[in-house]
Each structure stands twice: as structure tokens, then as C-alpha cells.
Design a protein around this ligand. Structure first.
Ligand SMILES: NC(=O)c1ccc[n+]([C@@H]2O[C@H](COP(=O)([O-])OP(=O)(O)OC[C@H]3O[C@@H](n4cnc5c(N)ncnc54)[C@H](O)[C@@H]3O)[C@@H](O)[C@H]2O)c1
Length: 366
């Protein structure tokens, strides 16, 4: 057990750092010291340090880890840097909370958890959606066996138009993939957690981009980003080389089948839900309604308890608190390595399937 304050750093000075990680760390002021912030652009790092009270700011992570003793690193940078930065932080002795997705490559995720083990440090993927009250309700109901065995499930997260137009979300070099590893990963992780982290047998994936790569007169098309990140990024359709729509199926080892679809852009209405069909009852989220039978009749049971208003960043607050409790008091890890490895293996299989136009079986993924 560690009684002194945890020395925390934040890597990346963008939206999620500013709106979720830093407020969560500041809320733990008695237990966490904001040691340093590192971002590629000096003016951002400097401004964030001043605004939020970090003692130091850097543009070079290696230098920061050399100069500071760090207990906890929050990695809030674009996806493709998650692996290298997590590795660096772990090797330098920090526990790591890394934004989702930790990786879309199973081999990389395996190596990262091995690195965490070797250095006796914890690595946690920031799957904040697990703290959503609907997801917690579903997990409790499934764990208690109230729905029976789940034999079919779906997850859907469709944005009719909602391609992130800041940072490098739409570029493979920065983000690795598109909506599947941005939105889909949240629901995939939550659903597998609800189901008790079952292993998968096969994945069939489909990915498409037809809207975001079209030149749009309403966008400022004349300012592509600079690859070194020194010029603030503007969305540029010609750079869009990741999927804006993803769909597919996952067959689990226990026989359950999951169908999914997710988008940043699609000519369909916005939709966001998870559905579970069990042998005793079904469940629809976010309506929080169980479809069951009572006294020989079909009966719908609605759970009003989850309607409480929550700030969008509450999940980050709760997750970061759990990780700090884990580091300081040895409380259980909120997101377990085997769970994130399972998610990563499915993402890896999804992307391979989408490229190779065939079903990918679990034994093909390392
Ligand atoms: N969990 C969630 O609900 C949630 C929500 C939004 C974003 N995210 C994730 O957070 C990450 C960042 O998203 P964002 O919206 O904050 O992006 P952003 O573009 O606003 O911020 C990224 C920041 O990282 C900095 N950066 C890039 N490469 C760096 C490097 N090598 N070293 C140091 N700094 C570097 C950039 O300069 C920028 O300040 C993404 O992985 C995204 O998927 C998660």
C-alpha cells in the first residue's frame, strides 16, 4: 500500500485529456499530484499546465520519464501511439491508464501486458462505458442468471453524420481504424463484460467508406493537417482512409451469436442500443427493459433506477478512481487484462475479415 500522493502525468493535451482525465485526476487532489503534462505542441502543453496546475510540461515523453518520478500515466493521444507510449510508461515504472482502444493488434496487446507483468505494473484500457448504469444493470442481471443463457445479442451505435473532425481520427496512420475502434469498441467491451468475457470462435466483418471521403463544400478542404502535428488539424476528406461504417457477426465459443453495426456516417437514423436474448428473458438497453413472462403472460419490466442524470465524463471519473484505489490500496483492477485482450483479438479479427472478405477463426489470431 502506498500512502504518499501518486505522481500522475497526462500524455496528450486534446479533448479527452481536457474534458475527462484531468478533471478526474483533479477531483482526487488529496491523493494524486499533477506532476506533468506532455503533448506534441508546446503551446498546448504549456497552456494546459498553467490552467490545470501541472508542475511541469513537456513535448518529449522520454525526457519527461527521464526527469520525473511517475506513478501513473494517463495516455490520451491518438490510437496508433497508445502501444508505444504505454510501453514507454510501463518500462519507466508507471501504472498506465490508456485511452481506448489499447490496440487493434492482438500481438501488440499481448506484448504490452507482458511488459506490464515484467515491470510489476498495471495497464488499464479506458473502457469507461462499463460504468454506465444500464451496462451495470445488465451485468448484474446476467450474472444472477435472471435472463437465463444468452444465445443472441446485438450492439448498434450509428451516427448518421458524426465523423470526428479534429485530431487524426479519420486517418489510419493516426487512428488505426475508424468507427469500429472508436465507437464499436465501447459496446463490444461492455457487451463482453456483461456476458462474463466469453471467448470467441469466429468473426465476420464488413467495413465501408462512401460519405466521409467525398469532397464537401461545407468543410474547409484547403488545410490538410501537418504530419508533425505542429499545425492544428482540419478534417480533410482526401485523407479519410478508415471505415465510417462497420458491421459484422461474432460467434462465441458458448454458441451465442452477436450481430453488430456502427458508423460515423451512414444514410440511416442515429441509433444506439444493446439487445440481449436469453432463454428466460431478454433485455434492451438503454431502455433498461426486461422482456419476460409473468403469471403466464408476456411482461415487460422496466428498471427506473438507471434514469439518474450522469455527466458524460462520469465513467472516466469512476474508472480513474478505481485505478487509483487499485494502485494505492490494492483494490481489484476495474478492467482486467484478459478482458482487453479478448476485445483486441476480436478487433484484430474484424479488421482482417473486412480486408480479406472471409470469416476469421480465433485460432488465426495470435
Ligand atoms: N473513452 C472515451 O469515451 C473517449 C472519448 C473520446 C476520445 N477517446 C480517445 O482518446 C484519444 C484522444 O482523443 P482526443 O479526442 O482527445 O484527440 P485530440 O486530437 O483532441 O487530442 C490528442 C492529443 O494528443 C497529442 N499527441 C499526439 N501524439 C502525441 C504524442 N506522440 N505524444 C504526446 N502527445 C501527442 C496531440 O497533440 C493532442 O493534444 C483517442 O484514442 C480516442 O479514441 C476516448
Amino acid at each position: 500500500m502506498k500512502e504518499s500522493k501518486l505522481r500522475a502525468v497526462v500524455i496528450g493535451a486534446g479533448r479527452i485529456a481536457n474534458d475527462a482525465h484531468i478533471p478526474a485526476l483533479k477531483a482526487l487532489a488529496g491523493r494524486v499530484e499533477l506532476t506533468a503534462i506532455c503533448s506534441r505542441r508546446a503551446e498546448n502543453a504549456k497552456a494546459m499546465a498553467k490552467t490545470h496546475g501541472f508542475s511541469h510540461w513537456y513535448t518529449d515523453c522520454e525526457k519527461m520519464f527521464r526527469e520525473q518520478r511517475i506513478d501513473l500515466a494517463c495516455i490520451c493521444t491518438p490510437n496508433q501511439s497508445h502501444g508505444p507510449l504505454s510501453k514507454l510508461a510501463l518500462e519507466c515504472g508507471a501504472h498506465v491508464i490508456c485511452e481506448k482502444p489499447l490496440s487493434i493488434c492482438a500481438a501488440e496487446a499481448e506484448a504490452l501486458y507482458q511488459c506490464a507483468n515484467d515491470h510489476h505494473r498495471s495497464l488499464v484500457a479506458c473502457q469507461n462505458m462499463r460504468y454506465d448504469p444500464s451496462i451495470v444493470l445488465a451485468r448484474n442481471l446476467v450474472e444472477r442468471g435472471e435472463l437465463g443463457d444468452i444465445y443472441y445479442a446485438t450492439f448498434t451505435y450509428l451516427r448518421r453524420r458524426g465523423i470526428p473532425d479534429w485530431g487524426g481520427f479519420h486517418r489510419k496512420a493516426d487512428n488505426g481504424g475508424g468507427c469500429m475502434c472508436d465507437l464499436g469498441v465501447h459496446q463490444l467491451d461492455a457487451l463482453l463484460w456483461i456476458l462474463g468475457n466469453p471467448r470467441f470462435e469466429s468473426v465476420t466483418g464488413f467495413a465501408a467508406t462512401h460519405i466521409g471521403n467525398r469532397k464537401s463544400p461545407s468543410k474547409d478542404d484547403n488545410k490538410p493537417s501537418s504530419p508533425d502535428g505542429k499545425v492544428p488539424h482540419r478534417f480533410h476528406p482526401s485523407e479519410m482512409d478508415v471505415e465510417e461504417f462497420a458491421a459484422g457477426s461474432i460467434v462465441l465459443e458458448n454458441g451465442c451469436r452477436i450481430d453488430f453495426k456502427t458508423s460515423w456516417a451512414v444514410n440511416l437514423p442515429d441509433e444506439r442500443n444493446i439487445r440481449l436474448a436469453g432463454t428466460r428473458a431478454g433485455l434492451c438497453l438503454p431502455e433498461d427493459t426486461v422482456f419476460s413472462e409473468y403469471a403466464g403472460h408476456q411482461a415487460d419490466i422496466h428498471f427506473p433506477t438507471t434514469a439518474e442524470a450522469r455527466l458524460w465524463n462520469s465513467g472516466h471519473r469512476d474508472l480513474i478512481l478505481d485505478v487509483v484505489d487499485h494502485v494505492q490500496f490494492g483494490c481489484p483492477l476495474p478492467i482486467k487484462p484478459e478482458e482487453t485482450l479478448n476485445v483486441t483479438r476480436i478487433l484484430d479479427a474484424f479488421y482482417r475479415s473486412a480486408v480479406e472478405h472471409r470469416e476469421i477463426r480465433a485460432n488465426e489470431i495470435q
